[in-house]
Design a binder for this molecule. Structure first.
Ligand code: NAP
Length: 277
């Protein structure tokens, strides 16, 4: 890229108009006084590889990848980090100067750093974690929790075989519990994570009974629309420490922005406000 070319980044998915990533990255470009643009792009699966191979020629330094392409890009990328391979999906691509596409997954990083920022006393090693859900986001959460030393993970998912597949893959520290008994896994948990889409605007409510929640447990929801889900409202009433899911979205964007634009951005109240605008 010539020196006067403005670096471009963006997010590719379908649909894409709901994405908050453009507000986040454009905010960071502005507050850091950097030249650059971040563009949402609606691309279908058939065109994905062709688009990804063309973008570097027109000044793109990388892109975020979202639903439905997070798994597909692993086949297209020339280099895939161990973490993205383990999770089975990538959310960040870096277009290297040698023409190679490098794929990474920063969702687990975002998950842990959101908790560290908003619940600084949280200790992953304090006790088991209870995870509701076994989709793509659950894989990132499990990888990162195991990384920071959680002693045991109790997981429950509507489709039990998906949770069992995670047990096979991630090993003995995972224990699978039937969805009808999901409430039971909360009783022992020091950390509770909803990784299902239940409770999100337009989706059914999360109906897992919450009376087993332990006072002082850390409860977080990956759903961030609404910001305060029913799970977080009830957990707070029961004396739990709660952290919303917006911070995960902000923190997962940090390593990508740094790689693309060369400055490590701050996640602060102005970043949250920009994402909610
Ligand atoms: P996914 O792979 O499609 O998984 C969806 C999960 O929700 C599965 O466990 C699924 O269970 C469960 N589920 C869906 N409808 C259900 C229902 N009616 N009853 C019971 N369980 C149901 O999606 P994902 O990528 O993991 O994302 C999950 C959620 O996390 C989404 O709301 C997404 O927006 C959010 N997310 C947030 C962030 C963030 O930065 N805060 C990052 C990533 C994802 P089955 O296996 O039985 O279908």
């Amino acid at each position: 890229m010539s020196e006067d070319k403005i670096p471009l980044a963006g997010v590719i998915g379908s649909p894409i108009s709901h994405s908050k990533s453009p507000q986040i990255h454009m905010h960071w470009l502005k507050v850091n006084g950097l030249r650059g643009h971040y563009i949402p792009m609606d691309v279908n699966t058939d065109n994905l590889e062709r688009v990804l191979r063309t973008l570097p020629d027109i000044g793109f330094v990388g892109v975020n990848i979202t639903i439905p392409h997070k798994e597909k890009v692993l086949e297209i990328a020339d280099l895939v980090t161990d973490r993205a391979t383990l999770i089975g999906a990538a959310n960040t691509l870096i277009f290297r100067k040698d023409g190679n596409i490098h794929a990474d997954n920063t969702d687990g990083y975002g998950f842990i750093n959101n908790l560290r920022q908003n619940a600084p006393d949280w200790d992953a090693t304090a006790g088991p974690a209870a995870i509701l859900g076994a989709g793509g986001a659950a894989r990132a959460v499990i990888t990162s929790l195991l990384d920071v030393g959680v002693p045991e993970i109790l997981i429950s998912n509507r489709t039990k075989v998906r949770a069992e597949a995670l047990r096979t893959e991630f090993g003995k520290r995972l224990k699978v519990v039937d969805w009808v008994q999901a409430g039971n896994i909360l009783e022992e948990a020091a950390t509770v994570v909803n990784t299902t889409s239940l409770g999100m605007l337009g989706k059914p409510a999360l109906r897992v009974p919450l009376d087993g929640l332990q006072k002082g447990a850390l409860v977080t929801d990956l759903v961030y629309a609404p910001l305060k889900t029913q799970l977080l409202i009830e957990a707070e009433e029961m004396g739990c420490v709660t952290v919303d899911g917006l911070g995960m979205l902000l923190h997962q964007a940090v390593p990508a922005f740094e790689r693309w634009f060369g400055v490590r951005p701050e996640v602060d109240s102005a970043t949250r406000a920009a994402a909610l605008r």
